[in-house]
Design a binder for this molecule. Structure first.
Ligand code: NAD
Length: 255
């Protein structure tokens, strides 16, 4: 799918970090971009900068997603591009001084990262299925979700986060199969460590140990590099049903 002609795109979590880079990049290429996030101040500011739209949305709440999509579609039309970047990272070990992981915290991470991604992707697909295909292949839309390399090699304290991201990776192929008849592709991107506010919270010893396990280049990824891969996912029609790592060859150490 070509990113041009003011094609409508929805990007969640785009008030910050990777989502913001995707929103900027899509807008630069000619898309009409809607930002869905809970951070009104940053979301509105970026929407103004890129000439896009902002809607408050808690992705973990299906009704909030429905309302936000309705709002942005009223202005931009039905999106053909849906990029899910909203997410949270919290570390807690399975046992902490003999006490089990806080179940409410575990559920919260799953609700935002996994169920939130599915809420937006499935509701976006329902809208995409109602519009005309764009090309001879019959493509109607593309959904790109954000997993993490923690889906495959999570570190100590990542049980909840890794489970949520493994869920995102795991639903990629069945969703692509579910939506094939409608001409909608589904992909996930699994980033290593990228320079965003989320990564800034990591202690220095953790980043250093990560760099030691990155063959090349041994540094934080730039959000623009993540955005470039998302654009490629959108534009290359043969990519479908796959989770693509972008991590400088990193395999995460246990801690
Ligand atoms: N930065 C990294 O190193 C890295 C690595 C792997 C995966 N990821 C994933 O990439 C995605 C983006 O991360 P980031 O680094 O840009 O983080 P970030 O903290 O900079 O941005 C996350 C955004 O998600 C929004 N958000 C959080 N909960 C929400 C909710 N319930 N509803 C709507 N919006 C919500 C926040 O307001 C924020 O704007 C996340 O899913 C994260 O797990 C990041």
């Amino acid at each position: 799918m070509k990113i041009e002609n003011r094609i409508a795109a929805v990007v969640t979590g785009a008030a910050s970090g990777l989502g913001a880079a995707v929103a900027r990049d899509l807008s630069r290429q000619g898309a009409r971009v809607a930002i869905l996030d809970m951070n009104d101040e940053s979301g509105l500011a970026l929407a103004e900068t890129i000439g896009g739209q902002y809607a408050n949305c808690d992705v973990s709440d299906a009704t909030s997603v429905e309302t936000a999509l309705k709002t942005v579609r009223a202005a931009h039309g039905q999106e053909r591009i849906c990029v899910n970047c909203a997410g949270v990272a919290v570390a807690q070990t399975t046992l902490n001084k003999g006490r089990p992981h806080d179940p409410a915290l575990f559920a919260k991470i799953i609700r935002i990262n996994l169920i939130g991604t599915f809420n937006v992707a499935s509701q976006s697909a329902a809208g995409m299925a109602t519009i005309e295909p764009l090309d001879a292949d019959g493509e109607r839309g593309v959904i790109v979700n954000t997993a993490s390399i923690a889906a495959f090699d999570g570190q100590i304290g990542h049980a909840a986060y890794s489970a949520s991201k493994a869920g995102v990776a795991g639903m990629t192929l069945p969703m692509a199969r579910d939506l094939a008849r409608e001409g909608i592709r589904v992909l996930s991107v699994a980033p290593g460590m990228f320079a965003t506010p989320m990564a800034a919270d990591l202690p220095e010893r953790r980043t250093q140990s990560m760099f030691a396990n990155m063959p090349f280049p041994s540094r934080l990824g730039e959000p623009s590099e993540f955005a470039a891969l998302v654009s490629h996912c959108i534009e290359n029609p043969m990519l479908n049903g796959e989770t693509i790592r972008i991590d400088g060859g990193c395999r995460m150490p246990p801690k």
